[in-house]
Design a binder for this molecule. Sequence first.
Ligand code: PGA
Length: 236
Amino acid sequence: MTSRKPIVAGNWKMNTSIAEGLALVDEMLPRLQAIEAVERVVCPPFISLSAIADRLRGTSVGVGAQNMHPEPKGAFTGEIAPGMLEGLATYVILGHSERRQYFSEDDAFVNRKVRAALGIGLVPIVCVGETLEQNEQGETEAVVTRQLRGALDGVEHISGVVKGANKTIALIRGTIASLAGEPTASGVRIQYGGSVTPDNFAAFIGQPDIDGALVGGASLKADSFVDIVRLAAAQP
Ligand code: PGA
């Protein structure tokens, strides 16, 4: 069996000022540092990235960006280029459902971002998942397969990508196997995302194909985020 290091990432979304973010990190850091069996990542808003990266430099806790534009520079008001993240972030969340839903990001755009991220050595956390409506229409498999194939189109190093998935885990590894072969598929880490809490996470992380979590709301409280990381570490 392939051993995949669990990865738990906190997606702070549009929450926390710089001061609040630093306070949250300071509160969690001693406990997070101690849990080395899990890759631990925090994804603050862009405005805090530099301050949080400074605070976490030299620690075992990584920093991720929540998004990124695929172009290296140019007239894209309000956007952040991949190269701007160098030295600040190691990971980048791409194709998050909120980006797809509220900012009309499609698979082709997500694919450009994935390629750009890999091109400069960032680890993309690629999110796929159906909406409630698509779920109720029985479209889950078609939607997730399309998103995954779209996001990874032409990507050579699929093993360097982490997948964040909403509900549909089993399908994902199979789709990656068909895209990149069984050995690659069995090495890719798949995180569950969507209302993860310390109370429900044990049931998720106990599933063989789930290698961690992308945590939103519960990552804004030190105790609950640390508890989720501990649950990931407790997996045999
Ligand atoms: P949630 O967010 O845990 O608040 O549902 C997860 C995510 O969307 O990244």
